[in-house]
Design a protein around this ligand. Structure first.
Ligand SMILES: Nc1ncnc2c1ncn2[C@@H]1O[C@H](COP(=O)(O)OP(=O)(O)OP(=O)(O)O)[C@@H](O)[C@H]1O
Ligand SMILES: [Mg+2]
Length: 361
């Protein structure tokens, strides 16, 4: 089912300001939409409004072609999975999963079929008669998912469902959730502050900050075309290198005078109206050139080398003590204290307006 938010806002009672405002968002049927953003930006608030657990202060929430602002949560055909799995400790796994259907007085046969079907997909058939305290965190998380699945909701809502798991299990469950989504094809809205989860699972990412949407799009858009400086910094690890400066005579000159860059022809065209105006230029760590350089070359001293296996992260200090973070193939030999040259791949520069912080398109 399609989910549409039209100019949605939330002001909690007793709060002076809106927590969320002017949220416009279209989530297509079968999307796996990830709401991403730093702590406190309003992700859970937004999800809880969609779930019907928070009231909506302004705007419209539409499921399919029905406005559901005032529809109680239980009548919205949704199922929600929380970070704390919130299983009933005194019930077996089976009964936890059967609970919501039993409450709806569904026939025993149907309940059994649904529970067994979910248990099979989630591979928890072997401990259906255990109590939550007797199974692992990852298994409990699957029970929580199963409990939501048996209801065959039109929309699946998940709020940081993996954050209580260790790194390995999280990685495993990421893959499982993607498979599950492919199998069920249920529209899913998934909240996280983890960009890796967003980049690997989403068909659509919504990145929020300060109660506003910063960018909506496919994962690759976020990496390749961040729409503002916040997005550029938030997505990608190591963080994108950013330098402030001005356009002078068609070249970018950093404020400290240490860097002068020729933009690509396409960028030069876009930057024409920025002569003498403030600009922020960005380059990802893997887009520096270390061999066969012809232009946009910088003399550096190597501060730190971190060997990560297949690649190395190096911290390249240039004249005024500032550094660039650079990723190079792991087999290249660089030693701390060495002087060497680095060039900017001019096809890989991101330009942002220094006043508005918006991408220059
Ligand atoms: N019931 C409430 N009453 C008043 N303010 C609230 C309430 N719930 C959340 N807030 C405030 O709304 C803002 C957004 O909170 P929210 O829980 O939506 O953030 P979040 O993005 O989910 O953060 P996190 O990643 O830490 O879970 C915060 O400033 C929070 O203090
Ligand atoms: Mg939250």
């Amino acid at each position: 089912m399609k989910v549409l938010l039209d100019n949605v806002g939330k002001k909690y009672e007793g709060r002076e300001n809106f927590t969320l405002r002017h949220i416009d968002l279209e989530i297509e049927d079968k999307d796996f939409c990830v709401i991403l953003g730093p702590s406190g930006c309003g992700k859970s608030t937004l999800l809880r409004m969609i779930a019907g657990l928070n009231s909506i202060t302004e705007g419209d929430l539409i499921f399919g072609d029905r406005r559901v602002n005032k529809v109680p949560s239980k009548d919205r055909d949704i199922a929600m999975v929380f970070q704390s799995y919130a299983l009933y400790p005194h019930m077996t796994v089976y009964d936890n999963m059967a609970f919501s259907l039993a409450m709806r007085k569904e026939p025993k046969k149907l309940i059994h079929e649904r529970v067994m079907e979910a248990a099979k997909v989630l591979q928890i058939e072997n401990y259906l008669y255990s109590k939550p305290s007797d199974i692992s965190g990852g298994q409990r998380q699957r029970v929580a998912l199963g409990r939501a699945m048996v209801r065959k909701p039109k929309v699946f809502l998940m709020d940081e469902p993996l954050s209580n798991l260790d790194a390995k299990l999280r990685e495993h469950m990421r893959v499982e959730l993607v498979k599950l989504h492919k199998a069920l094809e249920t529209t899913s809205i998934y909240v996280t502050h983890d960009q890796v989860e967003a980049m690997t699972m989403a068909t659509k990412i919504v990145l929020m900050d300060g109660g506003k949407i910063q960018q909506v799009g496919k994962p690759e858009d976020f990496y390749n075309r961040p729409e503002n400086v916040f997005v550029a910094k938030f997505i990608g690890s190591p963080t994108m290198n950013l330098v402030e400066g001005k356009m002078r005579g068609g070249k970018f000159v950093s404020d400290d005078g240490a860097i002068t860059l020729n933009p690509s022809d396409a960028d030069a065209q876009k930057l024409k109206e920025y002569e003498n105006k403030s600009i922020i230029v960005g380059i990802r760590s893997e887009r520096f050139i270390t061999e066969n350089m012809t232009e946009n070359i910088l003399d550096c001293t190597l501060d730190i080398v971190e060997l990560l296996g297949k690649e190395k992260t190096i911290y390249a200090r240039y004249s005024n003590g500032k550094t660039f973070v650079v990723t190079i193939p792991g087999h290249l030999q660089f030693k701390v204290g060495d002087n060497y040259k680095l060039a900017f791949d001019k096809e890989a520069l991101h330009f942002f307006d220094g006043e508005t912080n918006l991408r220059i398109n």
